[in-house]
Structures are given as C-alpha cells and as structure tokens.
Design a binder for this molecule. Sequence first.
Ligand code: HEC
Length: 91
Amino acid sequence: MKKILLLTSILACVAFANPYAKCVACHGANGEKVALGKSKVIKDMTKAEIVTAMKGYKDGSYGGPMKGVMKPQVTSLSDADIDAIANQIGK
Ligand code: HEC
C-alpha cells in the first residue's frame, strides 16, 4: 500500500513538472503527430508560433475547426507553462 502511494506521488510530481504530459496522447511525445487528424505538426512550429497559438486558444483569437478541443487543454496553463512547452516542443 505504501509503495503504491509513493509511486502515485512520484507520477504526480512528474506530471506537475512537465506541463506537456497531458498533450502527448494527441500530439505525440515530441509533438510529431497530427492531433486527431487535424492539427499542424507542432514540433515543426517555432516557439513563438506555439505561444501565439496557445494564448490564442485561451482568449479565442486563434484556431481552426477543432479549436474547441484545444481550449480546455490550455485554460489551466500559466504563461510560464506555455513558455516551458514552447521551449520543449518548438524549434
Ligand atoms: C484531445 C486531443 C488534444 C490534446 C490533449 C491537445 N491537443 Fe493541441 N490540438 C488538437 C487539435 C485537434 C488541434 C487543432 C485545433 C484547431 O482546429 O485549431 C490542436 C492544435 C494545437 C496547436 C496549434 C496547431 C495548429 O494546428 O494550429 C498547438 C500549439 C497545440 N495544439 C498544442 C497543444 C498542447 C501544448 C497541448 C497540451 C497542453 C495540447 N495541444 C493538447 C488536439 C489536442
């Protein structure tokens, strides 16, 4: 039981330290996938383009037909999280 609790908290820390973790399912571990057959390959976007896109999903100024999928992904992210993701994934 203790081991399970420890493992859970380690996983929680990893998820907390890596704001990109929840994006992997759709965009791939390195941003190499076309999410749901619709998005750009985000690893080919520049850091600035990723920041613009994510802030735009937040305030409604960016997006294509599936922007409704992205909005809930970004609403809980801080500007620092967004910068961290752009630095990790962008070129
Ligand atoms: C449920 C699947 C899903 C998840 C999870 C998801 N995305 Fe997306 N993402 C999409 C789709 C679909 C689009 C295209 C939306 C549109 O039409 O504008 C997209 C678009 C984007 C774009 C802009 C690319 C473009 O086509 O203009 C960026 C950047 C991005 N996502 C980053 C992220 C990040 C960072 C996360 C995690 C915080 C994330 N996404 C989580 C599905 C997802």
